[in-house]
Design a protein around this ligand. Structure first.
Ligand code: UD1
Ligand code: UDP
Length: 356
């Protein structure tokens, strides 16, 4: 069994750690959980630990918000000290945030194995901060855990140095666990005054959309033109952008703008929505798992299999394209199994047995 330092820091990483931390501990690994502090608001952080009974982090590095360089550097400096004290066999990182990259760079320079969950994804857009983070992390890693064959093939084609294991997607494990618990009895539909299959759920937080007033306005125009309610749980980054561009009042007049939701309420709404409009990575997959058609507010995606399966449509930010994709009926083609069987976390725990 291995002694593993797992590093999380942002909302989607808490969701990914939920099944993985459980599986690591069940398999007898010793886990030290490090929260970098990249996300610190209760609604972006504490709520996930509370709802999903994720173990309390052993460390919170308190890096907070900053420019990319400073934030990544803060993760590096502070994690290095933790690794001095903890001396693990492996450092486990998730996804593609600055916390992922900072931890990966530190681990790569030390005598410790680096393992990457959600390896091998590419959008093909190097201007996207996450693309840089995932590319460097995959190529720094000793063990890459890919959600699907295509991601693994890409890693091999790129000549990645690491062992590559196709594990499936840990977010599928998370969705199944929460669905089985009937979303913790969430009353989110009633709380938000919406009826199943009669509303659209939306999320926006990608830098390319929030840092460009024209793109953000295009998304708002498209969503505001829809028949029926649109519930928009607002990421703080987007909240700040709407204020800065003078779009906040209009957004609140046309849409049901709410604070970021906990995972149980969010998945309950995603399950009940007639469709979701999003630029999130995780939400595209969760929509697929919950049989909710997804309209992606980007020109490209890492999750190309969902597009090919007919459950995800890339529309960008043009209001007419958003409206067209979200008006009328949605095809619900037969669903192939794309990202494993819902036991990705067990596969990761098993793969880590070879790392000690
Ligand atoms: C980060 C990740 C992104 C991921 C997203 C998940 C990077 C480069 N980006 O984006 O890949 O999809 O998390 O949600 O790592 N803020 C708060 N409260 C918080 C955290 C942030 O108000 O608890 C505000 C701050 O103004 C901050 C801004 O949100 O400057 C952006 O936060 P940051 O963590 O840098 O990036 P995200 O946009 O959240
Ligand atoms: N999520 C949530 N509440 C919200 C919005 C999203 O719990 O109000 C969850 C969502 O179910 C998914 C994760 O947060 O598990 C996705 O995070 P985000 O979209 O911020 O990041 P990305 O996946 O794009 O990196």
């Amino acid at each position: 069994m291995s002694r593993v330092v797992s590093v999380v820091g942002a909302r989607p990483q808490f969701v990914k750690a939920f099944p993985v931390s459980g599986a690591l501990r069940d398999a007898g690994h010793e886990e030290v959980l490090v929260h970098t502090g990249q996300h610190y608001d209760a609604e972006l952080s504490d709520v996930f630990f509370d709802e999903l009974a994720i173990p309390e982090p052993d460390y919170n590095l308190g890096v907070g918000s900053d420019d990319h360089g400073a934030q990544t550097a803060a993760v590096m400096r502070r994690l290095d000290d933790v690794l001095d004290s903890e001396d693990p066999d492996a450092v486990l990182v998730y996804g593609d945030t600055n916390s992922t990259l900072g931890a990966a760079l530190v681990a790569a320079k030390r005598d410790v194995a680096l393992a990457h969950v959600e390896a091998g994804l590419r959008s093909g857009d190097r201007s996207m901060p996450e693309e840089v983070n995932r590319l460097f992390t995959d190529h720094a890693a000793d063990h890459n855990y890919a959600p699907a064959e295509r991601a693994a093939d890409r890693l091999r084609a790129e000549g990645a140095y690491a062992e590559t294991v196709v594990t499936g997607d840990v977010m599928y494990d998370a969705v199944l666990a929460v669905e089985e618990r009937d979303f913790g009895g969430s009353s989110a539909l009633a709380d938000h005054g919406v009826t199943a299959d009669e509303f659209v759920l939306a999320t926006v937080h990608r830098a390319a959309n929030t840092d460009d007033p024209d793109r953000l306005a295009g998304i708002l125009d498209g969503l505001a033109s829809l028949p029926g309610p649109v519930v928009l749980p607002l990421h703080p980054r987007t909240d700040a952008a709407l204020e800065a561009y003078g779009l906040a009042e209009r957004a609140r007049a046309d849409l049901d703008v709410v604070a970021p939701l906990g995972y149980l309420d969010f998945l309950r709404l995603l399950d009940g929505a007639r469709a979701v409009a999003t630029d999130s990575g995780g939400v595209q997959k969760e929509a697929f798992y919950l049989d909710t058609p997804c309209v992606t507010l980007r020109e490209e995606t890492e999750w190309t299999e969902t597009v090919e399966a007919g459950w995800n449509t890339l529309v960008g930010t043009d209001p007419a394209a958003i409206r067209a994709a979200l008006t009328g009926g949605h095809d619900r083609p037969a669903k192939p199994s794309l990202y494993g069987d819902g036991d990705a976390a067990d596969h990761i725990a098993e793969a880590l047995e070879r790392v000690a």
